[in-house]
Write a protein that binds this ligand. Structure first.
Ligand code: OOG
Ligand code: MG
Length: 262
């Protein structure tokens, strides 16, 4: 660790303000000399600000678990972030692109925790159900560009997520075709194999990495395993669907321009 508590709190406040004002900020964590541990401390302080405003912790997310995402973002290390209830968009629900800086969507697989998870717990014991999901990511950095500490500090670009209908654990999760559709057209396609070879490994990595920050998955929490494909910009009016063969679909739509709460 190189950052003191005050400096970490200051960076968290700047990222929080960028999100709330929908105004991109310069990359700041790397510039401040933050290492990975510092960046997770900034992330914790950032999410703590949301919790202090009344939001509730509802899960964790993995990021950069696929080569498609690593290549798109130029960062090749698995990262994790925190989800709150304010980010939860019901399946089939809507978002207002004006609430974000430069939103993108990506297809994901979600896991539901059967219980509070201890390091070493087996996937089959810890996970009650699986679902197709969408993540809306929105980097708070200009041009959606960042270094590893920057994206970790920015809560791994977490902005919103939608979980489709929960399903019992299927026999195999390792190679299910995945599609991202916009207005009925397939814009990205891949396979759950892109997620660390098998999305179950994303669970193991989440448990291992979050434990380093003293964070444990809780009963009833959601874990997003990470996108199987690159992310695509979300335009006003777009209807978005993630299709995971054998699991089903998750969908959301963006309100038309000017139709939102403003
Ligand atoms: C970082 C978040 C990555 C994923 O699923 O790989 C992520 C970003 O791409 O902005 O959520
Ligand atoms: Mg994601």
């Amino acid at each position: 660790m190189t950052l003191d508590k005050e400096r970490a709190a200051e960076l968290a406040a700047r990222l929080d303000e960028a999100a709330r004002s929908r105004t991109a900020t310069a990359q700041l964590a790397a510039a401040a000399g933050a290492d990975t541990d510092d960046a997770y401390a900034v992330q914790a302080a950032l999410v703590e600000r949301r919790l202090a405003r009344g939001e509730r912790a509802v899960g964790l997310k993995m990021g950069l678990t696929s080569h498609a995402k690593m290549a798109q973002m130029g960062v090749s290390e698995v990262i994790w972030g925190r989800l709150t209830d304010a980010m939860d968009v019901p399946d089939g629900g809507s978002v207002d692109t004006a609430d974000y800086i430069h939103p993108r969507v990506e297809p994901e697989v979600a896991f539901l925790m059967a219980r509070d998870v201890e390091p070493g717990d087996a996937f089959e014991d810890a996970v009650a159900a699986v679902a197709p999901a969408l993540e809306l990511i929105d980097s708070r950095y200009a041009d959606f560009r960042f270094s590893l500490p920057d994206v970790i500090a920015d809560n791994t670009s977490a902005a919103a997520f939608t979980v489709g209908p929960w399903q019992p654990l299927p026999a195999g999760l390792a190679d299910l075709p995945v599609r991202l559709e916009i207005d009925g057209e397939t814009v990205e396609s891949g396979s759950t194999a892109a997620i660390l070879g098998d999305p179950r490994r994303a669970f193991e990595e989440a448990v291992r990495l979050a434990d380093r920050s003293g964070v444990r998955l809780r009963e009833g929490w959601v874990l997003l395993a990470g996108a199987a494909t690159a992310a695509v910009p979300l335009r006003p009016g777009a209807a978005v669907r993630a299709v995971v063969e054998g699991l089903g679909t998750a969908s959301l739509h963006a309100l038309p321009e000017g139709a939102g709460r403003g």
